[in-house]
Design a protein. Sequence first.
Length: 131
Amino acid sequence: LSSAIDSALKGRPIRIRTPRRTLRSYVAVDELLSLVLSMLLDPQRPSLVFDSAGEDELEIDDLVNAVRLHLQRQVPCERPPRVDEEDRYLGARAPYAELLRHYHIESTSLREQILRTAHYIGQFPGADQPA
């Protein structure tokens, strides 16, 4: 996600290296850390074994389109020709969402993750300058 955002901010093509259909769900780091810290501080200490999963299941092309949309940057996307394989890692949304509810942690939308990451990257000199 961050490399696509960085490329878009710099006006460079977003490069996807995998030729496979790739499905992912994205979770904000601060959301995940808030959950882990809440669980560690819970006196009833539930198991810390869980699988994170974002609200949306996205193929990499959809992620690129979301980055373009939310950053309002129409940069090209370069990707090798597709092969007939799939790379799927989506996590387990229902149990993860229940943990968030239990600890009163709001799920971070993909839009918000993109905007926060762009803001963070943009704090570095030259981050938003075309190459």
